[in-house]
Design a protein around this ligand. Sequence first.
Ligand code: ADP
Length: 225
Amino acid sequence: MNIKAKDLSKIYGSGESRIVALDRADMEIRQGDFISIMGPSGSGKSTLLHLLSGLDHPSSGSLTYDGTDIYGMKDKELSAFRRRRVGFIFQQFNLLPVLTARENIAMPMLLDGRQPDREYLAELAELLGIGGRLTHLPHELSGGQQQRVAIARALVAKPDIIFADEPTGNLDSKSGGDVMDMLERIRNQMGKTLVIITHDSRIAHRADRQFVIMDGVVTEVLMRK
Ligand code: ADP
């Protein structure tokens, strides 16, 4: 899947309180890319990630997935598109505390009125090293294990692209490194596109394409492929 952002902008407020959170971003993301977006707090990272993934609406500009302008879709159509084609990983894991790991992983499929592919779910759990933890509740798991459950949940609907918002921000450096290794392995083995926002340069430098955002202005600073 190819994603193209053209002159994508997001402006909050007006007059004195006007903030240009994203300033005419142009980006092209190709299937299989591993992209990092780095920038200080308040620079527009989350705004960019939300716009690229169809979670928000731009003030101006366009975003196409394989030529389809996703912000031209009706809200319901856009939600369905997101559920099926895009996976998300959050800093805070966002697991439901009363559900087991397996139920958390299956949740996006159930919300979409579908049954998870049991074999695929088991394969994901093995790949992520949580096969023996599927009946546990989130609080019975370490932070690193919780994030791996969240990664499996992001993958269960077989999306083409994974967006990760500071995926290691809540982890110590060892578990954070393990989670990054897993994400890279999944991207390599499954041919997924991976877009990560981070303020950690060690994580940013693992990506093949590195972007920096400052005051809403996005710049590509390194392209290794
Ligand atoms: P980052 O993720 O890099 O910390 P954000 O994308 O969250 O940055 O924010 C970029 C800028 O937009 C900041 O100045 C922030 O205060 C502003 N901003 C973000 N969301 C809103 C909002 N809902 N209303 C007003 N301003 C916002």
